[in-house]
Design a protein around this ligand. Structure first.
Ligand SMILES: *[C@@H]1O[C@H](CO)[C@@H](O)[C@H](O)[C@H]1NC(C)=O
Ligand SMILES: *[C@@H]1O[C@H](CO)[C@@H](O)[C@H](O)[C@H]1NC(C)=O
Ligand SMILES: *[C@@H]1O[C@H](CO)[C@@H](O)[C@H](O)[C@H]1NC(C)=O
Ligand SMILES: *[C@@H]1O[C@H](CO)[C@@H](O)[C@H](O)[C@H]1NC(C)=O
Length: 615
């Protein structure tokens, strides 16, 4: 790991930065490329027993660097006693009102610890090559959502508040710890800011080695917005930002957002888009982190019998109020259950369990045949858990302006939501998922008729299993670096202002597949249409004049422009345009006059964040 990337400012330069800078006033360009690692995925998907060594020419150099880091950083060792981790989650009295979060996380992880151990053993066996000689990373955990706001007050956690964020933080902490990294949990965001500013976090992992601080800082939007600008600038390449729905370039790039009026109080951070970690894989501009769901054990030897029960998804009665007709229609087919604190606003005949403990909630999921979406919450963790318990998920289809719900909620993205959980619509479908317009009584009736006669097993897609999560997290921590070394950056010198973090790519160039998209089509869509994934990390490799020729495009004229659609070709006048500012490259942009050139990669089935034999 390039722990002392000079992009991140060496200590000396760093001192200069202590003066608070007004970020927006500084020239900013930022970002660019990114990457998602890649991985040779033999263990699971072919009969070959183990992953093979990387084959690139860079290999020797990389191994040399690795050996150097290892000798000072120490080796990350799998499988550890969780006691020190539990100790870090203990909270003193002063922070009592927040202690319940940590108790909740600890409880979730204690229950699941056996499966984390199993997953670590699996990883070691499936990828022995990748599991040796890993440097122990110094990781700082700053979950702003639990520290700086009262979003998840005690009564909302025990009373059914949004738990998705806690689930992801819990799994991230468990995964990093299980992989052998040095995890430091900070419970006071102001203490973090002071500590970073005055270099209070400096230690020497071994005698005779230079002092160092954190290699990676996991935060979220709330923490990022709470940190002073000088801290964000100084550490910008070390941040990973947990951001459930993700963000797109037009909101992230501060100047572009200002000039084109893309407003969101969550935007303008100007990090590399791959530094944002999401719940689900949707835009490949961001990194998919996800969370881990255990396949529940069968209580008895025989397959559990499902009852004609439909459990409404969500704990907020306001979700259900708008859909009384739909609920009445459901009642003709099944017993409708809910788990909400207050049922006074719900139609009669619904069976309310109140807020259940995790155990009792899971028991209810095991009995229920249907898990029923009401449009909200969007893309949270509950759906994957319900499907794991063998429920059929009825996923509301979104239409028209409803597809812009993320923008209506002020999220920094233009992504359209085709349903409540587009991931399960795209990657799963029947028999586990039926996506239906819930206002269309005929369509609902037809769906219920089909689904009622369908039998499903308990099911977790690999990327949401504990094994899949750990495999992905290991690749991310090991391969995804934004603190680039000076010499590697020589050819992008002019872009080195602001928070411009370049992602160091390990992908083989042979993994890059370039396509010319249709007009008005984003690279995400172009790659998807070709059975591939858009890969932003190839940007520097293909944003070159030669790319047009290789695609047999005759350019009447060539130019460079800074906007989110380039590189691209205009069919009307055959003008070829390269991207002038790598920070504006995006998988998402689409424009009626431009046919975009897109770099795509393969992906591993059920592990879309990783690609097949890419390095
Ligand atoms: C791990 O590092 C040691 C020392 O640098 C080296 O001898 C060994 O071959 C490495 N193992 C692998 C699998 O790369
Ligand atoms: C782990 O991190 C802490 C800072 O929270 C540091 O004091 C300690 O020395 C680190 N341990 C190792 C082995 O690097
Ligand atoms: C339940 O909701 C109703 C209507 O919003 C409200 O008047 C009532 O006080 C609530 N009851 C409880 C126990 O929260
Ligand atoms: C471009 O695509 C958008 C979204 O798919 C669509 O609404 C728009 O009409 C299209 N424009 C043209 C000129 O095809």
């Amino acid at each position: 790991m390039h722990s002392h990337g000079h992009r991140c400012h060496s200590l000396r330069k760093w001192a200069d930065l202590l003066v608070v800078r007004k970020w927006r006033k500084t020239v900013i360009c930022l970002l660019s490329v990114a990457v998602l690692l890649s991985v040779v995925q033999f263990g699971l998907w072919s009969l070959k027993p183990a992953s093979t060594p990387p084959l690139t020419a860079q290999h020797d150099k990389i191994m040399e660097e690795k050996a150097e880091e290892l000798s000072c950083g120490g080796e990350a060792k799998l499988l550890r006693d969780p006691a020190p981790l539990w100790k870090q989650m203990e909270t003193d009295d002063k922070l009592m009102e927040k202690a319940h979060h940590w108790r909740w996380i600890r409880q979730r992880l204690t229950q699941a610890w056996a499966s984390w151990k199993t997953a670590a053993k699996w990883l070691q066996k499936a990828h022995p090559y990748r599991m040796t000689n890993r440097t122990m990373q110094q990781v700082l955990i700053v979950p702003g959502v639990m520290l700086a706001t009262d979003f998840a007050k005690a009564d909302s956690v025990t009373g059914g508040g949004p738990l998705g964020d806690l689930v992801q933080w819990a799994d991230l902490i468990a995964g990093l710890y299980m992989l052998g990294h040095n995890v430091t949990i900070m419970k006071d965001i102001y203490q973090v800011a002071r500590g970073l500013r005055y270099s209070r976090f400096m230690w020497s992992p071994r005698k005779g080695c230079p002092l160092k601080d954190f290699d990676i800082i996991f935060a979220d939007i709330i923490a990022m917005k709470t940190f002073p600008n000088d801290i964000v600038d100084a550490y910008s390449c070390k941040f990973r930002v947990l951001d459930a729905y993700g963000t797109q370039v037009m909101f992230n790039h501060p100047i572009y957002a200002l000039e084109h009026n893309y407003q969101s109080s969550y935007g303008h951070l100007g990090l590399n888009l791959q530094q944002f970690y999401t719940f689900y894989p949707h835009t490949q501009d961001n990194t998919f982190l996800g969370f881990a769901v255990e396949l529940p054990k069968l209580v008895s030897k025989t397959v559990e019998k499902k009852e004609r029960i439909g459990l409404l998804y969500g704990k907020d009665p306001s979700y259900f109020k708008k859909h009384k007709l739909y609920i009445h229609q459901l009642m003709e087919w099944m017993e409708v259950h809910v788990t909400v604190a207050n049922i006074t606003t719900l139609p009669a005949g619904i069976i309310n369990h109140g807020i259940l403990s995790t155990d009792d909630y899971r028991k209810l999921l095991s009995r229920a045949k249907f898990f029923i979406g009401m449009g909200l919450p969007l893309e949270s963790t509950g759906v994957i858990e319900a499907i794991a318990h063998g429920c059929i998920f009825l996923n509301p289809k979104f239409k028209g302006p409803q597809q812009d719900i993320l923008q209506q909620l002020g999220k920094p993205t233009l992504r359209k939501m085709t349903s409540q959980v587009p991931y399960v619509e795209r990657f799963m479908g029947p028999p586990h998922v039926y996506t239906v317009d819930i206002d269309d009584t005929q369509a609902v009736a037809a769906t219920l008729k089909t689904a009622s006669n369908t039998f499903t097993n308990r099911f977790v897609r690999f990327e949401f299993s504990t094994e899949g999560f750990l495999e992905r997290l290991n690749s991310l921590v090991d391969r995804q670096h934004f603190c680039e070394k000076e010499e590697d950056a020589a050819d992008h010198k002019q872009e080195k202002k602001g928070r411009h973090n370049i992602l160091h790519t390990w992908l083989r160039l042979s993994a890059m597949k370039v396509f010319l998209g249709s007009e008005n089509t984003s690279c995400s869509d172009t790659c998807t249409a070709n059975g591939l994934m858009c890969e932003p990390s190839f940007f520097h490799q293909f944003n070159k004049r030669s790319v047009f020729k290789r695609q047999n495009i005759d350019c009447v004229d060539q130019q460079k422009e800074a906007d989110i659609y380039f590189p691209a070709v205009s069919r009307k006048d055959s003008i070829c345009t390269l991207q002038k500012e790598s920070a504006l490259f995006s998988c998402a942009g689409a424009h009626p006059s431009w046919q975009r050139l897109c770099a795509c990669r393969t992906f591993v089935p059920e592990q879309v964040a990783l690609c097949h034999r890419c390095y």
